[in-house]
Design a protein around this ligand. Sequence first.
Ligand code: DGY
Length: 328
Amino acid sequence: MSRKTVLIYQRPLKPALHERLASECEVLDFSGENNLRDNADFREALKRAHGLIGSSVPMDRELLAEADNLEVISSISVGVDNYDIDYLNERGIVLCHTPDVLTETTADTAFLLILASARRAVELANMVRHGEWTSSIAEPHFGVDVQGKHLGIVGMGRIGAAIARRGRFGFNMTVSYHNRSRHEDFEQELGASWRELDELLRECDFICVTVPLSEATREMFGQREFELMGDQAIFVNISRGGVVDEPALIEALDNGTIRAAGLDVFTTEPLPADSPLARMDNVVALPHIGSATHETRYAMAELAVDNLLAVLNGQRPRAPYNADQLGR
Ligand code: DGY
C-alpha cells in the first residue's frame, strides 16, 4: 500500500517526532519556509497531501481547495482561528488541536503579564539597564498590589480556570468570571462568581481575556469596554489580538482611561516595530509566547503527531476539534 503524504508547515518538529512521522508517511518539510501561500512548491505539494501538521498559517478555502486528498489537519495549537472550519466540515476533513498540554504554561504567561504590568517590571528593568537608576525608587515609580485584588476572567475554559486558580490560591484574589455558560464546578472550587460582562469590567482590578477568536468575540473590547474598566484597571490579553479594537486600546492606554496592559497577542503578528504598543511604558508586550517553553512546545508537537497518525490510520485521535467529521 502506498504511504500517505504529510506536509509540515511553519513549525519544525524535533528529530524524534520527525522520525516517527517519516517511519509511517512520506514527509515533505516546509517548516523553514516563510510565506507559504506564495510558495509554488508548497502549493504543488498540497495537491498530494493527506495530512498537514503545523500552525500559524491561515488555512482558508482558497488554499485548501487545491488539497484534493486532504484527510486531516493537525494544528500545533489549541486555537483554531486560522482554519475555515465550515469548509473543513463541508469536505469532511478532520481538524485536530492541542488542548490541555499547554494549559498550565499559558496560565503562567497570563500571570507573568499580570505581575509585570502591576509592578511595572519591564519599564523599571529598562531603567536599570539604561543606567537610569540613580536614586532610591519613590512614588512616581511605584506599582500596585496583585495579592488580595479582584481578578476577572473573560472566558472560563481550562486556561481561564488555571489562571483563576493561581489568583485565588497563590495570591488570595477574589475571582469573577464571564462566560457564555456558567461553570458551577469552578465556582465551587475557586469561590468564583459569574458576572455579566459590563459588571465584571466595572468591578475587577485585573481583566484577563482567554476567549477564542470568533465572529462573536471579534473586537469585543473597544472604547466603551475600556471606559467601563476605569483608570485603575489592568487589561491582560493572552487569547488573540482580534478580540480587541487595537486603536481603541492604544488610545485608552495613552490617555489613562485604563492603567496598563499586559499583551501576548496582537492584531498583526509579529507586532510592527512602529506600533505604539511596542514603546508605551504602561504596556508589557510579549511576542506571543503563551505556550513557548521547551517542555510544552514538545508536548504540543507530540500530541499533534499522535493526532495526525491516528486519523491517517483510521483511529480516533486524542484531540479532535471537529470530532463529528471522524469516519465520514
Ligand atoms: C495556541 O496554541 O493557540 C497558541 O496561542 C499558539 O498559537
